[in-house]
Write a protein that binds this ligand. Structure first.
Ligand code: ZN
Length: 217
C-alpha cells in the first residue's frame, strides 16, 4: 500500500494541474448561426441580393480568417454550412449540445423606409430566470461588436437593442449570445455594399475581433 502522503500529493497535483492543462489546450468554442437558408431567403435586397447568401458568406469568411490570420485560435462551428433551411430548434439544439463560449446569429435588416441604414445588435430581453452574468457578457459582446463596426468600418450605428428572438431566448442561459443585423438590404447603398468581397471580409473580421476582445471568452 502506498504511503498516505504520496496519495495526498498525487491527488493534490492532479487537482491543480488537470484544470490548468485542460484550460491551456482548450480553444474557445464559437457557434455562428447564419440565418435563413434554402427556401427561406430572408430579406431580398433592392439589388436582388439575398440575406441567406450574405450571412453564409460572412460566416464562412470568419472561419477562413480565423484559420489564415489567427492560427485557428477559435474553434468555430456553423449551424449551417450550405444553402439549406435549418429549423430554429435545430440551431438552438446545436448550442445546447456544444455549450460554446459565444453564440452569434447573423442576419441582415430590411425596412419599408428605404433610407433606413446601419447596424443593430440584439441581446435577449431579460426575464426573471435570466442568468445575470451571461446577460452582462452578452451586452459587453454587443457593445464591442458595435464599436468595431463604428471604428473599423465606419458604419452608421443604430445601437444595441433588446429582442425576444427564439435563438437568443433558448440559449441565453448557456452562453453569451447576440444577433447581428448587418445593414439594410432595402437600402441601395448598404445592399450594394454587401455584394462586395471586401465588405464580407470586413463583417467577418469585426465578428472575430468582437469575439477575441479579451473579456468576451
Ligand atoms: Zn434574418
Amino acid at each position: 500500500m502506498k504511503p498516505y502522503w504520496i496519495i495526498c500529493l498525487w491527488t493534490g497535483i492532479t487537482l491543480v494541474y488537470t484544470p490548468l492543462y485542460a484550460q491551456e489546450n482548450k480553444r474557445p468554442i464559437i457557434v455562428l448561426d447564419p440565418g435563413h437558408g434554402g427556401v427561406d431567403s430572408g430579406a431580398i435586397g433592392v439589388n436582388g441580393i439575398m440575406e441567406k447568401d450574405i450571412v453564409l458568406e460572412v460566416a464562412m469568411e470568419a472561419i477562413r480568417l480565423n484559420r489564415e490570420l489567427f492560427g485557428n485560435r477559435l474553434d468555430i462551428y456553423l449551424t449551417r454550412y450550405r444553402d439549406t433551411l435549418i429549423s430554429l430548434n435545430d440551431r438552438t439544439r446545436l448550442v445546447k449540445v456544444l455549450k460554446p463560449d459565444v453564440f452569434i446569429s447573423i442576419h441582415c435588416n430590411q425596412a419599408e423606409r428605404k433610407a433606413a441604414q446601419g447596424i443593430e445588435v440584439y441581446v435577449q430581453q431579460p426575464k426573471s430566470n435570466t442568468n445575470s452574468y451571461l446577460r452582462s457578457r452578452s451586452k459587453t459582446l454587443a457593445e464591442v461588436i458595435l464599436s468595431e463596426f463604428d471604428q473599423a468600418l465606419g458604419f452608421k450605428i443604430r445601437g444595441m437593442k433588446y429582442s425576444n428572438f427564439q435563438v437568443l431566448r433558448e440559449t441565453q442561459n448557456i452562453c453569451p449570445g447576440v444577433l447581428l443585423e448587418l445593414g439594410f438590404l432595402s437600402n441601395w447603398e448598404e445592399a450594394e455594399h454587401s455584394w462586395r468581397k471586401e465588405s464580407v471580409r470586413g463583417y467577418g473580421m469585426v465578428i472575430l475581433q468582437g469575439i477575441m476582445a479579451k473579456e468576451n471568452y
